[in-house]
Write a protein that binds this ligand. Structure first.
Ligand code: COA
Ligand code: ZN
Length: 334
């Protein structure tokens, strides 16, 4: 097992990548105004996140919430040191996105044939061909590519997805020049030992390619899965502010692992994320207002582990009561 941090050694660098503005918003029904999206990305850019998934260049019929992708990308401020990525499912998407090129294209397809047909309306083979063409266009434009593989840990319609299917799809894209792959647990089917085994197998097979873990907290295993991946040497995590999120074309999908909860845990585990947790919590408080409902994030409600509460007056009274009967009695009787 890889160590997270060792006594005296530099803390492990972990890259936090927020997907609330893409994975988070795509599941929402009430449209969030373009101005609000832009302002929110600009605020997120000042929290120390390594990467922000700003939007997706998908069909506006499939994801109406993100129909304003072009305008959002044109208007956000690009803060140095932050990478801005966008989700792209096909050639049309990359053609649109190249007008205001992001720092990375995040290509998407599913490892499950059924989920790919439901989500992208094409077979996995057709997606592979589309995405290889997208990679050719991206290479011409000098924009690096990451590939997100949905349902890497199971499909809500097919059940188990064999690890070889996931790794073979990863191989197709890594060999074609993708800089990294994201293993996505689209509907929270992953469990810690499975995550550790698949991440370990990926790292052995593709030692030079980047690896990101993208987990949803659908069954309450999000943080446990992230910790298992961390111990397996993974240093990049997608997460969604407030725990917002979910694929509209995956039955039963709910939110991603929560960014601020993950940042809080990683800090306690001695990792260096570069994230300003207070600034992130401020953004998380704003996000509920943006989408108009409460969010599942925990730390924003409970406070950080050592955010202490005032001592109630009753404690001082109880302390006085406990001391009073002892006062004035001989030393050995106390
Ligand atoms: N951006 C904007 N419009 C697009 C587009 C894109 N990336 N891709 C296709 N379109 C348009 C076409 O121009 C066409 O428009 P028209 O009806 O005005 O002629 C229409 O959409 C249909 O095109 P087609 O190629 O037949 O696409 P489709 O209807 O089979 O849908 C996808 C395929 C991939 C575009 C669509 O399923 C999609 O965007 N899915 C994304 C789902 C998603 O984001 N899920 C959550 C993230 S995992
Ligand atoms: Zn997701």
């Amino acid at each position: 097992m890889n160590r997270v941090s060792t006594g005296g050694a530099a803390p492990q660098r972990v890259f936090l990548q927020d997907v609330a503005m893409r994975d988070g918003l795509q599941a929402e029904t009430a449209f969030v105004a373009t101005d609000d999206k832009v302002a929110f990305v600009d605020a997120l850019s000042r929290t120390g996140l390594a990467k922000i998934e700003v939007t997706s260049f998908t069909s506006p019929k499939a994801i109406p919430m993100l129909a304003d992708a072009d305008e959002v990308m044109r208007r956000i401020e690009r803060v140095p040191g932050v990478e801005y990525t966008v989700l792209v499912p096909n050639v049309r998407g990359v053609e649109r996105a190249l007008v205001t090129p992001p720092d990375e294209f995040n290509l998407v397809m599913s490892c499950s044939e059924t989920h790919n047909l439901a989500n992208l309306r094409m077979t996995r083979a057709a997606s592979v061909l589309q995405l290889l063409e997208v990679m050719r266009l991206s290479a011409q434009a000098g924009v690096p590519v990451n590939v997100s593989l949905s349902c890497s840990f199971g499909c809500p319609m097919e059940g188990e997805v064999p690890a070889e299917v996931v790794l073979d799809h990863a191989a197709t894209f890594v060999e074609a020049g993708a800089r990294g792959v994201t293993l996505c647990d689209t509907t929270g089917m992953a469990y810690p030992s499975q995550v550790a085994a698949l991440c370990d197998a990926y790292r052995r097979r593709f030692p030079r390619a980047m690896l990101t873990l993208h987990v949803h907290n659908t069954r309450g295993m999000g943080l446990a899965n992230a910790l298992a991946a961390l111990h397996a040497g993974v240093d990049r995590f997608d997460a969604s502010l407030g725990g917002l999120g979910g694929c509209p074309y995956a039955p039963g999908a709910t939110g991603n692992v929560c960014t601020e909860d993950l940042a809080h845990m990683l800090a306690l585990e001695g990792c260096r994320t570069g994230v300003d947790l207070s600034a992130l919590l401020d953004c998380a408080r704003r996000l509920g207002g943006l989408v108009g409902h409460a969010l599942p994030g925990q730390v924003v409600k409970a406070g950080r582990r050592l955010d202490l509460h005032p001592v109630p007056a009753s404690v001082a009274e109880a302390r006085d009561r406990a001391v009073a009967p002892l006062a004035g009695r001989p030393e050995q009787a106390r």
